[in-house]
Design a protein around this ligand. Structure first.
Ligand SMILES: NC(=O)c1ccc[n+]([C@@H]2O[C@H](COP(=O)([O-])OP(=O)(O)OC[C@H]3O[C@@H](n4cnc5c(N)ncnc54)[C@H](OP(=O)(O)O)[C@@H]3O)[C@@H](O)[C@H]2O)c1
Length: 310
């Protein structure tokens, strides 16, 4: 395992964060239907109350609304919060100076002077990794972000980003990727192991598989909106995994499916950032912390997850 640089060490000390895609997003999450800005503010406050203070947003979430809401909420508290946001590489924005300009606009919405992590939302073939990393390094050097990361980068692109930043004396802090009991690609293709080797924090998005691992959805009662289409194949197969999660949760004093799902991600050495629409969800998610699945339980979960997704 590589030595973790002093600049990025704080990320390795964070066990769980809070995802803010839900804050303002109507397309996937139906913000405004069944939950409002006051609900997500309560989710934010409940998380802080539980000691979770790493918030992941992006300029694209709710077309800037997520960053704006976070900025609004930050004004009403006096606790320090760690902010991660993301640059969206739309093809028409890929020219020199775009990233620092986009970060400046994010900082405006957040009402902050700097963020703790600035990430490229996903890779693009339209700008070389070297140029993109040059721009990210610029954001660190100007003091607008403490560290930089990538998202949805496969191993070879991740290594290219790591080297391009290293040439500029900037560490690659993180790679934010899809990782849950129902999506273990990064574990199976070696990305997680490579992250650990290089001291890159793997940030796990959709760790509850967009609500599926909470156990509240089934083939007869699918999630609303776009999620139902994405998961038609998976929903009828969830039974055995949910059953095992119930048993294991019971052995730990009644932990919920969601808490087992989040603890599993933590046991794998990744940082989950579950999204929450309200205080109750945020509070339940925080209960994924403070205890540990045994190695045997993790192995049993792996085995059943293979039969469900395989
Ligand atoms: N970098 C990227 O490309 C990328 C992609 C996706 C996500 N992300 C980040 O990762 C974060 C998390 O991922 P995600 O939001 O896709 O999925 P997730 O965290 O797996 O699922 C969140 C959803 O699950 C349901 N939920 C949450 N807590 C629950 C609980 N305790 N009990 C029951 N249901 C619960 C809620 O939806 P319902 O109540 O409607 O079911 C919630 O919106 C995002 O907010 C975002 O910050 C990044």
């Amino acid at each position: 395992m590589a030595e973790i640089s002093s600049e990025t060490r704080f990320l390795h000390a964070i066990e769980m964060g809070l995802g803010a895609w839900q804050w303002g997003d109507r397309i996937v999450w139906q913000y405004g239907h069944g939950y409002s800005s006051s609900d997500v503010q309560q989710a934010f406050l409940a998380s802080l109350n539980e000691g979770i203070r790493f918030i992941d947003t992006a300029e694209i979430y709710g077309n800037g609304r997520s960053e704006q809401l976070l900025g609004q909420f930050l004004k009403e508290i006096d606790q320090p919060v760690l902010i991660a946001t993301k640059f969206l590489p739309f093809p028409w924005r890929l020219f020199k100076g775009t990233l620092p300009r986009a970060l400046k606009a994010s900082l405006g919405r957040l009402g902050a002077e700097s963020v703790d992590l600035y990430q490229i939302h996903w890779p693009t073939p339209l700008m070389s990794i070297d140029t993109m990393m040059e721009e990210l390094a610029e954001c660190v050097k100007s003091g607008m972000t403490r560290t930089v990361g990538i998202s949805n980068f496969g191993q070879s692109r991740m290594l290219a980003a790591y080297s391009a930043l290293a040439r500029r004396n900037v560490p690659l802090a993180s790679n934010q990727v899809h990782y849950s009991l129902l999506n273990r690609a990064v574990e199976k293709n070696g990305t997680l192991a490579r992250c650990k080797e290089l001291g890159i924090r793997l940030i796990a998005y959709s760790p509850i598989e967009m609500g599926l691992l909470s156990g509240k959805y089934s083939a007869d009662s699918p999630p609303p909106g776009a999620r139902a289409r994405n998961y038609t194949g998976l929903l009828p197969k969830l039974g055995p995994l949910l059953k095992l999660m119930t048993e294991i949760g019971q052995d730990h004093g009644g932990k919920s499916h969601t808490q087992v799902a989040l603890n599993w991600v933590i046991c794998k050495g990744a940082l989950p950032i579950p999204g929450a629409k309200n205080a109750a969800q945020a509070q339940e998610n925080a209960g994924g912390l403070g205890w540990r699945l045994t190695e045997d339980e993790v192995a049993r979960l792996d085995q059943v997850s293979d039969t469900v997704t395989g």
